[in-house]
Write a protein that binds this ligand. Sequence first.
Ligand SMILES: Cc1cc2nc3c(=O)[nH]c(=O)nc-3n(C[C@H](O)[C@H](O)[C@H](O)COP(=O)(O)OP(=O)(O)OC[C@H]3O[C@@H](n4cnc5c(N)ncnc54)[C@H](O)[C@@H]3O)c2cc1C
Length: 168
Amino acid sequence: MINKNINDCWIYIQDKNLKLGRLQIFNNWSDSLVKEPDKYIWLGMEYFCNENDDFWNMKISEKTDFIYNELLKTGLFKPTLRMADYHFEYVLKAYPSYSGSYKELPLLTDYLKSIDNLYCIGRNGQHRYNNMDHSMLTAFETVSYILGKSHDKSEIWNVNTDDEYHES
Ligand SMILES: Cc1cc2nc3c(=O)[nH]c(=O)nc-3n(C[C@H](O)[C@H](O)[C@H](O)COP(=O)(O)OP(=O)(O)OC[C@H]3O[C@@H](n4cnc5c(N)ncnc54)[C@H](O)[C@@H]3O)c2cc1C
């Protein structure tokens, strides 16, 4: 079904002829993620689009055909590949926007820091392009602060201060 030499857990797809942005092969994270790993391969395909654009609104039957064809076009799979099941997850506002008044954010963060029992952590809590590691680190810093190991809330905000996307 799949070329067995592919050991990647995820692959960024940079082919301009494909809409697919990233492909995950969950079997390669761990066989335990898949009920019958010898029989099935569980894939995650990420498509970047806007709410209510053509791709978003495409009928499910059309979308499954489109996606199946894109999978074959990657050349990673044999044409005998069959789709056993699928699930679509539509993620609204998936990415924090660094546009408009974003440059004024320090004004807001200074104010937020002044509220004693408020801790802004994670991706949306800081409206920042934090990945999972950053998000967890903001939680660690918060625990340190609450336990009195740190006395500066800025440490929570100092995780990932890059004002840019990490995957551009
Ligand atoms: C498309 C995409 C791809 C990504 N790829 C990667 C990657 O490859 N590697 C990586 O490290 N990171 C990746 N990330 C980022 C990663 O998902 C986030 O950094 C991480 O999940 C943020 O964790 P969090 O706890 O801040 O927020 P979340 O994981 O978003 O958790 C917030 C939770 O709060 C819940 N919630 C929201 N509002 C309320 C409410 N009012 N009441 C109760 N519950 C509420 C939500 O339902 C959600 O479960 C990706 C993100 C996206 C969107």
